[in-house]
Every structure is written in C-alpha cells, then in structure tokens.
Design a binder for this molecule. Structure first.
Ligand SMILES: Cc1cc2nc3c(=O)[nH]c(=O)nc-3n(C[C@H](O)[C@H](O)[C@H](O)COP(=O)(O)OP(=O)(O)OC[C@H]3O[C@@H](n4cnc5c(N)ncnc54)[C@H](O)[C@@H]3O)c2cc1C
Length: 384
C-alpha cells in the first residue's frame, strides 16, 4: 500500500515539526515521520538556551526571526514552554576575551540585541553570586531560556492539531526519487510518495543527503549536561563563557541546569555522560558559581546533535533534485533558530523562495574544493 501526500518530512525534532506546523498553516498536506517520538532527540534533551548572543553573523536574520517567533510561543504551540526572557550573560575570563565580546557587539550592531558590555567591577556589582575573578561580560537583556522537554514535542502536537499526519516509531530505511515523486519506505513496511521531501533528520541528516548523492561532513556531537536539586533562587540570567567550557541557568523551581564538556556515543546510537568529563564540569561549576558548592547533582545526561565543520547548518534546496530540501547540522543553535528554520522550509515549498537570506547554508559549500577553505573553527561556538 502506497500513501500519497504533497510534503513528506523526515524527522520530528523542532525543525521538522515546526516546518510541518507552518506548512499546515499554508494549507498543504503534510506527513511527518520520526523513527522514535517527536522531540525526543536533540530537540528535547538540550540545555534550553534561547539566545541570539554569540551566533555567527550569517545566522543573524534567522536568529532575529526566531526571537520574534519565540515571543509568540503560546499562540504558536499552545504552551509557554517555561520560556523566559531572563537575559543572557556571556562572561570573559580575560581582557582578551572581553575585547572579543566588544568586537562581537560592534559586528552585530543593528540586529536588535542591545548588548551591554560590563567591565569587571560592574559585573561584580550586578552579579555578586559569580566568581569575582572574571574580567567582565556582555549582557543581552532579551535572550533567555526554555524547557526543551515541553517546547519541542509541543511543536509536533501543534502540527498534528493543525492537520499534519504525524507518524512516530517510523524509521525511514529507504528514500529515492522516482517519476518526479519522492518514495520513502519505513522499517515497518509503509511506503509514502510525495512531491516535496524535507530532510530534517538532525544528526542523521547527512545519511539522507548521501542517499540522494549529496555527501557532507556532518559529525555527531554530545554536549554533557547536569541538573542540581532545587536551590534558593540566585541565578537570574542564562550564562555562557566566551571560548566555551560552561553554561548555566536556573529554572523557576530552583534547579540549576549546567552544561559543558562532552558525553560519548554508545553502540546503540544513544550517547551517555562520560565519566572522564563529569569531575571537570563539577569543578568548573563550583568555581564559577560559589552558591553551587555542596549542592547535589540529581542527573547527568547528553544527546546526539549534528554539527558541520563551519558551525552553520545545511539549509536550503538540494543541489541535485528539485523538491528536496535539507535542514540539518544545526549544532548548538537549533533549539533557538529551529522555529525560524521551519518557517523558511515552509516558504521554500509553498513560495519557491525563502524570505530570509540562507545562501551561506547551501549544501553546495561542501563540494570537495569549498570544504577545505571553510573548515576552520570559531571561538564563538560555545555549544549552548
Ligand atoms: C545536550 C545538547 C544541548 C544543546 N543545547 C542547545 C541550546 O541550549 N540552545 C540551542 O539553540 N541548541 C542547543 N542544542 C542543539 C539543538 O538541540 C539542536 O540543534 C536541535 O534540537 C536540532 O533539531 P533537529 O530537529 O534538527 O534535530 P533532532 O531534534 O535530533 O530531530 C531529528 C529527528 O529526526 C529523526 N530521524 C533521524 N533519522 C530518521 C530516520 N531515518 N527515520 C525517521 N526519523 C529519523 C530523529 O528520531 C529525531 O527525532 C543542544 C543539543 C544537545 C544535544
């Protein structure tokens, strides 16, 4: 039995699910497939940082549009997802780090982030609960954080309420192009034919792209996370560090969510915290945030997310097949920019063009020649 639809989406993370929601708002028939539960992979287990500060310049239009969409969350998905605009504080360990934060503020002027640079004494006065030895920080008042376990599944539920045919536990095992249709087969024997195919398979996106003759160097990374017991409120911002290493936020019920370092991939395709990195993260947290000393950590975890060598996603039309669109490898940005990426995908399908500039993310940049030039890493990529 073969099922026909207009748009088939592989992957029910925040990217695929928001694409499904925006496509339904345009009235297009949509089937969304996920090999597990929608929003259960990177989109549901991430740190929950909803920040624009620190994003590379190429992502400014996407991150700014996402900021608007996050402001409309209850209307979009029926929950506020514990989203708060607490402010995001990026800390500098050294004067050189602080200069980099100043240079970033200049480069991104005009994108509405309203970044304030705080030298060491101002930082100590305003955030007395931080390590007093820091060189300063950069504060973005309207960035914030949210609960990924609430937000990401809610995008898929909202898409289903809007009429998308959401099918979970459906692993795509084959995807081909035949007679101007995409034909996708699942492990349980379903066959779905569609005019448009969206590859929103996260860390597995490169496998789908390779099946259509577009291999790209996506790697899987596994940021290490932990959460403490509920503590008296002290941390009223989400914070990160210039150059990476640690990021932290405190939720309304008092638990502190802290990330830094990496977990490790297991043979079952899931990742686990690595024993080697846990003590280092605990030590960094206690040094940066003195109120955490003596607190109990109640859980460690990690996840599987796709990353590209230039820390920008692959987003846009296939270079080979009309009607195929890719959106994967969003790395540490996907929770925040995911809704805007979903909206862009709906525009590519319904209008044939994106309202935002996305040329920097085209899959063609990973031809053999282009790849070598773009593979240098960026200090601004702090994972959170
Ligand atoms: C621990 C951690 C912390 C992070 N912190 C942040 C943060 O603070 N802020 C931020 O903005 N970003 C953060 N990120 C990154 C962010 O979570 C991801 O970029 C984003 O969730 C990617 O969304 P996605 O929909 O592309 O991928 P996913 O959520 O991984 O969704 C892809 C889906 O595709 C499905 N799939 C794959 N292959 C198949 C197949 N063959 N058949 C059917 N289904 C398939 C999977 O089951 C999965 O549900 C973090 C990531 C992790 C792991």
């Amino acid at each position: 039995m073969s099922i026909e639809t207009e748009v088939l989406i592989i992957g029910g993370g925040i990217v695929g699910a928001s694409a499904a929601l925006f496509l339904r708002r345009r009235g297009l028939p949509v089937i969304l497939l996920d090999m597990g539960a929608c929003g259960a992979r990177a989109s549901g287990v991430n740190y929950g940082g909803v920040r624009r500060q620190g994003r590379p310049l190429a992502q400014m239009p996407l991150t700014a549009r996402a900021h608007e969409l996050w402001g409309q969350l209850p209307g979009l998905i029926g929950t506020d997802g514990e989203y708060v605009r607490s402010g995001h504080l990026k800390l500098a360990r050294t004067e050189q780090d602080l200069d980099e934060l100043r240079a970033y503020r200049e480069r991104t002027e005009g994108w509405g982030m309203d970044l304030h640079i705080l030298p060491a004494d101002a930082l100590r006065r305003r955030f007395a609960w931080l390590d007093p030895g820091l060189a300063g920080g950069s504060f973005c008042p309207e960035d914030g954080h949210a609960n990924p376990r609430l937000v990401s599944p809610a995008f898929a539920q909202a898409a289903a309420r809007a009429g998308a045919d959401v099918r979970e536990q459906q692993r795509v095992v084959q995807a081909v192009a035949e007679d101007r249709r995409f034909v996708v087969r699942t492990a349980s024997g379903e066959e779905i034919r569609a005019r448009f195919l969206l590859n929103c398979a996260g860390a597995w996106g490169a496998d789908i792209a390779a099946a259509f003759g577009e291999p790209v160097p996506e790697t899987a990374i596994h940021p290490l996370m932990m959460v403490t017991e509920p503590l008296p409120a002290f941390m009223d911002v989400s914070l990160g560090m210039q150059g990476g290493g640690i990021y932290a936020r405190q939720v309304a019920r008092g638990n502190c969510v802290i990330g830094g370092g990496r977990g490790a991939l297991q043979s079952d395709g899931f990742a686990r915290p690595s024993r080697k990195e846990v003590p280092a993260l605990l030590a960094r947290a206690a040094a940066l945030l003195p109120p955490l000393r003596g607190a109990q950590v109640i859980r460690f975890w990690t996840g599987v997310e796709g990353s590209m060598p230039d820390h920008n996603p692959v987003l846009g039309p296939s270079s080979k097949l009309p009607g195929l669109f890719h959106a994967f490898g969003l790395s540490g940005a996907g929770f925040q920019i995911g809704p805007a990426v979903g909206e862009v995908l709906s525009q590519l399908v319904a209008d044939g063009a994106s309202s935002l500039p996305i040329d920097a993310f085209r899959i063609e940049r990973y031809t053999a020649a282009a790849h070598a030039a773009e593979s240098q890493s960026s200090r601004e990529h702090t994972l959170e």
